[in-house]
Design a protein around this ligand. Structure first.
Ligand code: A3P
Ligand code: EST
Length: 303
């Protein structure tokens, strides 16, 4: 793998083989990454605590952004505290596991409360204890087309995913729900339904771009915190796309198995980039798929 520009943990070659471009494996019906599937029993029986805050998203919908916002709110805007570790250490990714890294379930079991936890799981397969303990959850959704583009570039740079193939091939797999964490439509719709019964703050990436300060305030109120306006402004400034792209604790530059020279984790951070990637024909097919999938929900997106 000499041509690959990425951090690799010091593990035997045969273990590496299992992580690089693995096939997807289904767990309880949802396709996931091979190494994650091997830790699935520990995820299923994971014990949430009442004061956990869960950040749930479909991949590429603004997870890292909202994680950084939540971490800063928890620490009352104290940048030094929030910079004590990379975002993926401060907000462990529940279902993640792989050679050369501890499984998040192990890390979380030893972590002091209050914990902030990230997940990409479909609502259906979220460990039961999160519902039983009635934990607060923040869900971030992003429009289907920008997610497809962002996810394609993420597949290309993060070798823990299967080969994405061409953009056209990837887009087809995405519409079939045959990508890690399954169908986008099912994800956003199921979580949208759950918000009626549980403590879920449902946010949109597009709203965060249009009015970041307003959305930060929503998150703050949901968390039961009241911070002065200067602190909100400070959080806003430090969670801008530019600030996070330059911040090694937020931009995943220290994370293994990713080649940022192919496509950086902090890629564009905009809304409507799909127009640069979809052909007219792809867009027509996608629109048909979209009306089919979204005909049974009142959930709508800015496209
Ligand atoms: P793009 O690939 O479209 O640029 P996730 O954290 O869920 O994996 O989502 C990653 C996407 O969110 C990427 O989208 C990334 O650039 C974008 N992103 C991350 N931080 C952001 C920020 N502070 N502001 C706007 N977009 C951000
Ligand atoms: C997938 C989605 C996401 O939001 C973050 C991460 C970080 C952990 C990554 C994974 C991912 C992609 C695949 C891996 C994994 C760690 C090992 C695996 O190979 C890179």
């Amino acid at each position: 793998m000499a041509h690959v520009k990425m951090n690799l943990p010091d593990v035997p070659p045969e273990e590496l083989q299992a992580v690089l471009r693995p096939a997807l494996i289904r767990v309880d019906g949802m396709p996931t990454l091979g190494p994650f599937a091997r830790n699935w029993e520990n995820v299923r029986k994971f014990q949430a605590r009442e004061d956990d805050l869960l950040i749930a998203t479909y991949p590429k919908s603004g997870t890292t952004w909202v994680s950084k916002i939540v971490d800063l709110i928890m620490n009352r805007g104290d940048l030094e505290k929030s910079q004590k570790g990379a975002i993926f250490e401060r907000v462990p990714f529940l279902e993640s596991a792989g050679p050369g890294m501890p499984s998040a379930t192990d890390v979380l079991n030893k972590m002091d409360s209050p914990r902030v936890i990230k997940t990409h799981l479909q609502a259906e397969v979220l460990p039961k204890s999160f519902w039983e303990k009635n934990c607060k959850m923040i869900y971030v959704a992003r429009n289907a087309k920008d997610v497809a583009v962002s996810y394609y570039h993420f597949y290309r740079m993060a070798y823990g995913h299967p080969e994405p193939g061409t953009w056209d091939e990837f887009l087809n797999s995405y519409m079939e729900g045959n990508v890690a964490f399954g169908s986008w439509a099912k994800h956003v719709k199921d979580w949208w339904k759950m918000r009626k019964q549980y403590k879920i703050l449902y946010l949109f990436y597009e709203d965060m771009l249009l009015d970041p300060r307003g959305e930060i305030e929503k998150v703050m109120k949901f968390m039961g915190k009241d911070l002065p306006i200067e602190v909100v402004e400070k959080i806003n400034k430090n969670t801008s796309f530019k600030a996070m792209k330059e911040n090694p604790m937020a931009n995943y530059s220290t994370f293994p198995y990713m080649d940022h020279s192919i496509s950086p984790f902090m890629r564009k951070g905009i809304f409507g980039d799909w127009k640069n990637q979809f052909t007219v024909a792809q867009n027509e097919i996608f629109d048909q798929y979209y009306s089919r999938e979204m005909s049974d929900t009142d959930l709508t997106f800015r496209m």
